[in-house]
Design a protein around this ligand. Sequence first.
Ligand SMILES: *Cc1c(COP(=O)(O)O)cnc(C)c1O
Length: 452
Amino acid sequence: MDEVINTFSRIAKTYLSEIESRGVFPSEEALRKIKQFDIPLQDSSKDPVEVLKELDELGSNATVANTGGRYFGFVIGGVLPAPMGANLLAGVWDQNAGLEATSPVAAQLEEICAKWLSSILGLPASTGAGFVTGATMANFSALAAARHALLKGIGWDVEENGLFEAPPIQIVVGAEVHVSVLKALSLLGFGKKRLIQAAIDSQGRMRPETIPTLQGPVIICAQAGNVNTGAFDPLEAICEKARTMNAWVHVDGAFGLWAAASAGSAYLTKGMSNADSWATDAHKWLNVPYDSGLVFVREPQHLVSSMSASAAYLDSSGKREPFHYVPELSRRARAVEIWAALRSLGKNGLAEMVDRNCKYARLFAEKLQAAGYAILNDVVLNQVLVSFGNSQTTQRVIRSVQKDGTCWCSGTEWQGKTAMRISVSSWKTTQNDVEKSLRAILRIAKNECGSS
Ligand SMILES: *Cc1c(COP(=O)(O)O)cnc(C)c1O
């Protein structure tokens, strides 16, 4: 085992020391090399140290360098040192976090993290939390709790009787709802065609006055942080409207929920604590390793009722049984990394990281605008949408930026326009990274726009 740990340690140090000097996306050569993994599995066993070396030799250069400071694609954070180390230690511990009986330490850390997180994110003190793979499963779990609570309220036990003859639930989403919410709804038996769509404004925010007044059980799916613009639905007004019809409000805040951790951006989340459930990702803005999502429910008994495998599992000791809060039974101990991230950052460190990322997003927007390119969104958080002219030109710039390798940004469509999307979500990004990336983007844009 010692030699495996030493080998790993050598490989990891080299990987991290080279990450800033290589292209953010793997080279053609590195991509060719991973084809060498494609061999028939041999009969005999192989030395674990040799296995690690082979993985490094063939695989390390074919990774996307999102642990470096110049990855701005999708909304993918880096990984902070403390949760990276905690992740490795948790691997050594090999805990099954499903039950308190299989990992007292994981169960304890979940409870602590749930408390710390509801306080940091400004959620009601009663809130219960589940530790899932990502925001997709967090949305799923929260909406399962909503389904349970609303149907129970009108005398239908959905866990016992299913949905086939159940009274209908009406579901409102904004026109800019994230696809993962649609997926979660369809997994729960709420077909996509049955959804009621509320209109949005120029930033993708739901317009609460377009939510119809409905009879019977209603779920409103709101959004804290549009994946393109970073804009927040007006949560206070939505929750007010919801109260008039007894609706359950769910907030998808995969990255946006973390805005609540800083005084500089918390205004965006105003009214958020009036909702009934929330979903977020720790692997995005908290910068812990993949995979790590969080579901929060104001009245945790609804989550527990929808997630408990059977009443026989429920014990009466009043203890928090981790698997009663999530779809899985056996799973890894994600709270170990979340605890390590929060413990190392502290409240101020987390707020500072959020502020710093937002500041760099504004810097990107300012400099690109000053160079004559159109910024398509109000940069209120960490997301920037930039157009370099018509769709073809913008697409050419995006392709060249990705190929150049100095940094990596995604392409997207925003209200009929093609845009390059810059998402600043890593602790690792420095002012120097932003300036270096801007130089590359502006050089490429000048070339591409000149030749259009
Ligand atoms: C990323 C994202 C999701 C999906 O999260 P996963 O962790 O990939 O499951 C959902 N909603 C929004 C707004 C997102 O940005």
